[in-house]
Design a protein around this ligand. Structure first.
Ligand SMILES: *Cc1c(COP(=O)(O)O)cnc(C)c1O
Length: 391
């Protein structure tokens, strides 16, 4: 990262914790745990012990039994395995599935793929705050509904859904409930031993671990199973074949242990920063906060302003690294589908900037962001007062 960069894009990925990097480095050093954990010789067994220690640490963070966790390459793979795997396992019972319009692409595209192969998907719309109304969900449940997938924390707005209530509604009807918790694991307290959640996706790089390693939680109860989507050696209870990357897994386990110890401090820190950021920009004329202000993870603040375009704002913000909801920022060539599902106009969705921050963010980083944001909005409005969005 450039030395001058002020990194406020934690929802895209978090900086790796130095303690995590050290633990990974010890696996990668000469004499480190490089052996294949599936090998039965002593070197393999040493690797396997590290893999199981990491699984236990992740389980402790989640309040889960370690045998319920399957290592994957990240939340994208976990989402694919959960959704396609559960739909496949339940296909003989019915082909109706439910999700929301505001889910991450790893979820929406998994469902779109199933739609093409004959499944019937109901797409729920959130209210203007980004929240799912429980009666809206209940109204869509059918005899043949097999799976509901709703994320815990939205990656664009930080909005927190009531996954306990959603899970209760599903469990009462023997419907599987999956949640993409990539933005909440390691950040919000979670105790799966007392939550009605069947399947949960996570990824280590959103909580200061390395990229390329994640997990799928699969509850140990009758009727809750997934079919594998890849085929190979019998690793990970035959659900996810492939040689396990020991250094990645050790990194994920270390990050989970740190997250558990420091969660309360991290949360308080994020809340202080969010407050400071919002107080610093709330009087920018026309500014709007996107998503609920009560049910929100404090490490994300997403704001829109009329009359400016996000891509230009992003340039004006430099050296602050944030994310924009504008056309040029996305590969799909449209403004944020999440913000439009909340009822934001195309222009307002295009002007959106997502600031996301956490453990290593300083007050000074926030102050730079406030100064740059105010300057960029003023500047863009002064050079093109009637500027219409588009690139
Ligand atoms: C980051 C993220 C993903 C994808 O995680 P990868 O590890 O990059 O595959 C999925 N869902 C949500 C909500 C995310 O924030």
């Amino acid at each position: 990262m450039s030395a001058a960069a002020v990194y406020l894009d934690f929802a895209a990925t978090t900086p790796i914790d130095p303690r995590v990097a050290d633990a990974m480095q010890s696996c990668l050093s000469p004499g480190g745990a490089f052996a294949n954990p599936a090998s039965i010789h002593i070197a393999g067994r040493a690797s396997a012990a590290l893999v199981e220690q990491a699984r236990q640490r992740l389980a402790d963070l989640l309040g889960a039994e370690p045998h319920c966790l399957i290592w994957t390459s990240g939340a994208t793979e976990s989402d694919n395995l959960a959704i396609a795997g559960a739909a496949g396992f339940r296909a003989h019972r019915g082909k109706h599935l439910i999700t929301m319009l505001t889910e991450h692409k790893a979820v929406t595209e998994s469902f779109r793929h199933l739609e093409k192969s004959g499944y019937d998907v109901t797409w729920l719309k959130p209210d203007a705050d980004g929240l799912l109304a429980i009666d809206e969900l209940e109204a869509q449940l059918r005899e043949d509904t097999q799976l509901v997938s709703v994320m815990q924390v939205n990656n664009e707005t930080g909005v927190i859904q009531d996954i306990r209530r959603i899970g209760e509604v599903c469990r009462a009807r023997d419907i599987l409930f999956h949640t993409d918790a990539a933005q909440s694991v390691g950040k919000l307290p979670l105790n799966l031993s007392e939550m009605p959640i069947d399947l949960l996706s996570l990824t280590a790089h959103k909580f200061h671990g390395p990229q390329g390693i994640g997990a799928l939680y699969i509850a140990d109860r009758p009727g809750c199973k997934v079919l594998p989507i890849m085929h190979g050696g019998g690793q990970e209870r035959r659900l996810r074949p492939g040689s396990l990357p020991v250094h990645q897994i050790v990194g994920a386990g270390t990050a989970a242990g740190i997250a558990r110890d420091e969660m309360a401090d991290d949360l308080l820190h994020a809340a202080t920063l969010r407050d400071r950021l919002w107080r610093g920009i709330q009087d920018v004329p026309g500014i709007l906060c996107n998503g609920s202000t009560d049910h929100v993870y404090p490490g994300i603040l997403n704001v829109s302003v009329p009359g400016v375009e996000g891509e230009s704002l992003m340039l004006g913000l430099e050296p602050v690294c944030a994310a924009s909801g504008s056309a040029c920022n996305s590969t799909s060539g449209e403004s944020s589908y999440v913000l439009r599902a909340l009822g934001r106009s195309d222009a307002l969705a295009q002007s959106a900037i997502r600031f996301s921050f956490g453990r290593t963010t300083t007050k000074n980083d926030i102050d730079v962001a406030i100064e740059r944001y105010r300057w960029a909005v003023d500047h863009l409005r002064s050079i093109a007062p009637l500027h219409s969005p588009g690139c």
